[in-house]
Ligand binder design. Structure first.
Ligand code: FE2
Ligand code: FE2
Length: 183
């Protein structure tokens, strides 16, 4: 599969996951009961699918290739994307901490869940928009068919190495399941 298309398809799955996080955080905030496991499964999704796999493909494979093709890291779009990935990781940690607090009986931590979830969702939506509409167009302009083939092979390798065989599909079905639960 075309590697840029592969990343864009993953963006669509990540968008479904952040919508679930946003919705669950608002529901908890307004007093509805949501199982702790719902948040735990989403947090695991963000760690495995979004971070290890998707950001892994970008950081270990796409971005270095783009740098070789002359797109600068420092002071350029790649540097910004890397900072945003790091910021995303700290929001996921903050969401996890506030979820732990809330479910151990600290009712007021529902505000932290909402605050961190909203910040993470906003960051990722804007990040994805920039990649889909700016960075990936730059990539298409500088990568030739040989580069694309190499990226595809590296992506397949990263999926198996970082997630394990079959795990990518499992994580996508996890989102189907969580969407059905939140109806
Ligand atoms: Fe990214
Ligand atoms: Fe991305």
């Amino acid at each position: 599969m075309d590697p840029i298309e592969n990343l864009m398809i993953e963006h669509r799955v990540i968008e479904r996951a952040i919508k679930l996080l946003e919705e669950a955080a608002y529901r908890v905030y307004s007093g509805e009961t949501i199982d702790k496991s719902f948040f735990q499964e989403l947090i695991n999704f963000f760690r495995e699918f979004t971070d290890k796999c998707h950001h892994g493909k970008e950081e270990a494979s796409l971005f270095p290739k783009l740098e070789l093709k002359g797109i600068p890291r420092e002071g350029g779009p790649i540097g910004v994307m890397l900072v945003e990935h790091e910021l995303g990781r700290s929001y996921v940690r903050a969401i996890k901490d506030s979820v732990e607090k809330y479910y151990s009986g600290k009712e007021e931590a529902k505000e932290d869940i909402l605050e961190n979830a909203v910040a993470y969702v906003r960051l990722l939506r804007e990040h994805i928009f920039k990649e889909d509409n700016i960075l990936f167009n730059m990539a298409r302009a500088v990568l030739d068919s040989e580069d694309l083939k190499e990226l595809s092979e590296e992506f397949e390798h990263i999926e198996v190495e970082k997630l394990g065989e079959g795990r990518h599909e499992e994580l996508v079905s996890k989102i189907d399941k969580l969407e059905a639960e939140l109806k």
